[in-house]
Design a protein around this ligand. Structure first.
Ligand SMILES: *Cc1c(COP(=O)(O)O)cnc(C)c1O
Length: 353
């Protein structure tokens, strides 16, 4: 029998950050600044660790399939909205697509942006309509609305990865007023901005807002994502999801992380301070950012050239070459710990064309 893999997996998949330990070894460096994945450089909150450990002690049992504790904690923090959870927001994105999209349906995506919307849509047999952003990487609502006409589901990331800029809630409202399809608003970085999209949830029943514990909450390794969803959508999502999607340790740690507002506030304050500082001190144009990273225009270098040179100086940044719809001269740099940001400024200072 001939063994064959589905066509959608024959081309390149998700692009992961390069390994810090390998880079260090390769270039003989003791210290490598890990600025390629937009993680929080602080370890998880003590409360998250304690809750996670308690759950680990009961790991002989299956998790609560309704995730009551996490659901209640989300309601306590954000208000009484219907929530769903997933293995990272990536898991939420995948399950949302599985819930709504039939093979042959169209999915609209505002680009350049996070790659997983496209990969996941294609894996579900969907067609993808990419809607390019305008000057300064701002969303052009008329163009996006037009693409949504034929689509079943649309993705818009704000603050956007990799460009960093946010789209105002007023612009999103304008879009929601005109479209019929479901809009998935990716808010992975919203904690680092002053943008608030939650009031929109009261007015639209086709809005899903995705969130994650991987960035502001320091739990990237535990894979916890969630979303605010319309009431009608929730039961279908639960049927489409893999049983026991979220493990008990991750869910418990997330509850702990949510309760530690000081931990998140520390990260937010550091990001805001360094975002300003880095934007002023790199000898290259830096895009305005509402997130915990900045996108730097490294022309005349290509993305990969700049990233290779920075790596030799111990700074791990993300080449933006793989982001569709973006010219090949951008690098994305996370805001890290103080010493990492200092190394970053120093490395860019030595990056001479
Ligand atoms: C990091 C990220 C996610 C997914 O994060 P998870 O770790 O899967 O929760 C989703 N969207 C964007 C734009 C991201 O940058």
């Amino acid at each position: 029998m001939k063994r064959s893999v589905r066509g959608c997996y024959q081309s390149e998949g998700y692009v992961f950050a390069r390994n810090a330990a390998e880079i260090g070894k390769q270039h003989g460096l003791d210290w490598v600044a890990r600025l390629a994945s937009n993680e929080n450089p602080d370890p998880p909150s003590e409360i998250a660790l304690k809750k996670g450990y308690e759950a680990l002690c009961n790991a002989n049992r299956y998790p609560d399939e309704r995730q009551v504790s996490l659901n209640d904690a989300l309601i306590a923090v954000h208000g009484n909205f219907p929530f769903v959870t997933g293995v990272g927001m990536d898991g939420v994105i995948e399950t949302t697509i599985r819930t709504l999209v039939e093979p042959g349906d169209l999915v609209a995506i505002s680009t350049p942006t996070f790659s997983f919307y496209r990969l996941s849509a294609i894996a579900q047999g969907a067609g993808v309509v990419e809607v390019p952003r305008g000057p300064g990487f701002t969303v052009e609502p008329a163009r996006f609305i037009e693409a949504c006409e034929e689509a079943k589901l649309a993705f818009l990331c704000t603050p956007n990865n990799p460009t960093g800029n946010g789209t105002s809630p007023e612009v999103i409202r304008g879009i929601l007023n005109e479209i019929e399809c479901v809009l998935f608003l990716d808010n992975a970085y919203v904690e680092f901005s002053d943008l608030d999209y939650l009031p929109l949830l009261r007015d639209y029943d086709n809005l899903i807002i995705g969130r994650t514990f991987s960035k502001a909450y320091s739990l990237a390794g535990l894979r916890v994502g969630y979303a605010f969803v319309p009431e009608w959508f929730r039961p279908y999502y639960l049927r489409a999801a893999t049983p026991h999607t979220l493990n008990a340790v991750s869910a418990a740690a997330a509850v702990g992380a949510l309760s530690d507002t000081q931990h998140v506030e520390t990260a937010r304050a550091r990001v805001i301070r360094w975002r300003k500082e880095l934007s002023g001190r790199l000898n290259f144009p830096v895009m305005q950012s509402d997130a915990n990273f900045i996108m730097v225009d490294v022309a005349p270098f290509t993305s990969d050239e700049a990233v290779d040179r920075l790596a030799r100086m111990g700074v791990l940044a993300r080449s933006c070459r793989s982001f569709r719809g973006l010219e090949d001269h951008y690098v994305r740099v996370s805001i890290g710990a103080d010493w990492e940001n200092t190394m970053c400024i120093d490395a860019f200072g030595r990056l001479n064309p």
